[in-house]
Design a protein around this ligand. Structure first.
Ligand code: MN
Length: 286
């Protein structure tokens, strides 16, 4: 992961409570090497606790990477995020039985040079826009997706199925985490989206692809996607992280990028979203 070979990234995060929920149980983060979305579940604000635990585990990996000499095995490191989050979920439920049943999705990208490791559990999603083609990189761990895989349900029916949010896997206290872990190669000009189901339940894939392709500013894409989900009724919390891999050809011969924006964007837990800009933006290299 030498810096010379690293692709230049620009990313933005945003989270919004939506139109019908009283609290925001989603969490998101963007650190130097990692971006993540977590969608918590469980009553009495337990979902908020669970998704924050997942995002904290992501932050700890970022610290380990910063302290390392760069010689880390990405998939193994990413796996530790899930096991660590599970351990903390167990501890917190053990100490606070009223939190029992809390859990969270977690979709996380670890950027290393020209490739990234994707770790995923639950029904938040990771997409790649390459050219005009939007590809879902994650697979929903839902009952309806299992039925689609078995040929018992078609994609169109699954997308509007009333039971579509029933998860078969998530980060849950008392359970061993079984995330999907994969390495992907990135290309200049790729665009990536991590999002909670509050976006994908109400905004079509065509629209998501069009928004991602419409602007060179990740923060504009995040704001527009959240706006579209709210226009679509905003039935759930909406969280998006957009990552642009910059195209050296488009930013000048020396490959430098405008560095003037803030360094990192942190999670926005949505509690104060109504008043402000829901997005944060930053430039960095993986
Ligand atoms: Mn959700």
């Amino acid at each position: 992961m030498t810096r010379d070979e690293a692709l230049e990234l620009r990313c933005a995060t945003g989270s919004d409570v939506g139109q019908r929920r009283s609290g925001n149980e989603d969490s998101a983060t963007a650190t130097t090497h990692l971006v993540a979305v977590a969608d918590g579940m469980g009553g009495h604000a337990a979902g908020e606790v669970a998704s924050a635990i997942a995002v904290d585990a992501v932050g700890e990996l970022d610290t380990r990477i910063a302290d390392s000499d760069g010689d880390l095995a990405p998939l193994e490191e990413l796996a530790t995020v899930f096991t660590q989050a599970s351990t903390v979920l167990d501890e917190r439920v053990g100490a606070n039985p009223e939190l029992s049943g809390m859990g969270t999705t977690l979709t996380v990208m670890l950027w290393l040079g020209r490739e990234f490791a994707l770790g995923h559990i639950g029904d938040s999603r990771a997409y790649r826009l390459r050219g005009a083609e939007l590809t879902q990189l994650s697979r929903d761990h839902t009952l309806v997706q299992s039925l689609v895989d078995e040929g018992k349900l078609d994609e169109e029916t699954a997308a509007v199925h009333p039971g579509r949010s029933v998860l078969v896997k998530a980060l849950l206290a008392g359970q061993v985490a079984e995330p999907d872990l994969e390495l992907h190669e990135a290309q200049p000009a790729d665009r990536y989206l991590l999002c909670s189901d509050g976006l994908t339940d109400v905004v079509s894939l065509q629209e998501i692809g069009a928004v991602l392709g419409s602007t060179d500013e990740p923060s504009d894409a995040v704001a527009t996607l959240i706006e579209r989900a709210n226009e679509g009724g905003g039935p759930d919390n909406i969280t998006c992280v957009v990552v642009h891999v910059l195209d050296p050809a488009a930013i000048g011969g020396d490959g430098s990028v405008d560095d003037s924006a803030a360094d990192d964007s942190a999670a926005d837990d949505g509690a104060a979203d109504e008043a402000g800009d829901p997005t944060g933006a930053g430039d960095r290299s993986a």
